[in-house]
Write a new protein. Structure first.
Length: 236
């Protein structure tokens, strides 16, 4: 896919996401006025804002609902300077591959004081109706084109798939076939979470994105979302 088509695809997805967010906000009252909440940029390939059929009806996941209770969620298409300028806190959840110039922009934004929670999954198990190879299907493996290495990290795939209990901050989480992180940041004993101070910015990297799939994790789903929200609160 050409860079122009990639950006066009991302822009179309964000337009639908914004429409879905507006529709969802009209349908349910928020505990706090949206204008009073801090901005959370959202860059993801996962069907968090709308379903895989891009329908506004029924759009919105449990993860989005949990995030909207605390943040004014702003979907972005790519990590370009113009998009990143919309906020200083970013949730990247299994994003599509970013163009090289946008990876540079993301790194500069972070070093200038940005905050990012990156869910980078080397073996995504999120269910999808889309065929393998479909450009809109979330990538099974986090596409790292040098970003983690630039931050001093390496992400390895799991030796064996399966559910695993871990923690994010002081909250327990359940992950699905998480990877392991290695490098110079502060890394949890099980290798699932890394916290990095990068110039004036901070990044938390989690080697799993399935933890956001609250609808398929039973009782662990809400606890996972609470842990993610708490981590974002700690970063901002």
């Amino acid at each position: 896919m050409t860079r122009a088509r990639l950006r066009a695809l991302g822009l179309a997805a964000v337009c639908l996401a914004v429409a879905a967010l507006a529709f969802a906000q009209l349908r349910r009252p928020a505990p706090t006025a949206a204008a009073q909440r801090p901005v959370l940029l959202l860059l993801t390939s996962l069907p968090l804002v709308f379903g895989e059929d891009f329908s506004i009806e029924g759009g919105g996941s449990p993860a989005l609902t949990a995030l909207q209770a605390r943040y004014r969620v702003v979907p972005i298409s790519v990590a370009s300077p113009a998009e990143l300028a919309k906020g200083r806190l970013l949730l990247m959840a299994q994003p599509f591959a970013q163009p090289p110039e946008d990876l540079v922009a993301l790194d500069q934004w972070l070093r200038g004081g940005g905050r990012v929670l990156l869910l980078a999954d080397p073996l995504l198990e999120w269910p999808s109706k889309r065929a393998l190879g479909d450009r809109l299907r979330p990538p099974t493996m986090f596409t790292d084109t040098g970003l983690l290495g630039h931050w001093g990290l390496r992400l390895d795939a799991p030796d064996r798939p399966g559910m695993k209990r871990s923690s994010l901050g002081d909250r327990p989480i359940v992950t699905a076939s998480p990877g392991s992180l290695h490098g110079g940041c502060r890394i949890s004993a099980d290798g699932i979470v890394a916290r990095c101070d990068i110039a004036r910015g901070r990044a938390t990297v989690v080697a799993d994105a399935d933890l956001l799939d609250a609808g398929n994790l039973g009782d662990a789903g809400p606890r996972n979302l609470q842990a993610v929200s708490q981590e974002l609160d700690a970063l901002k």
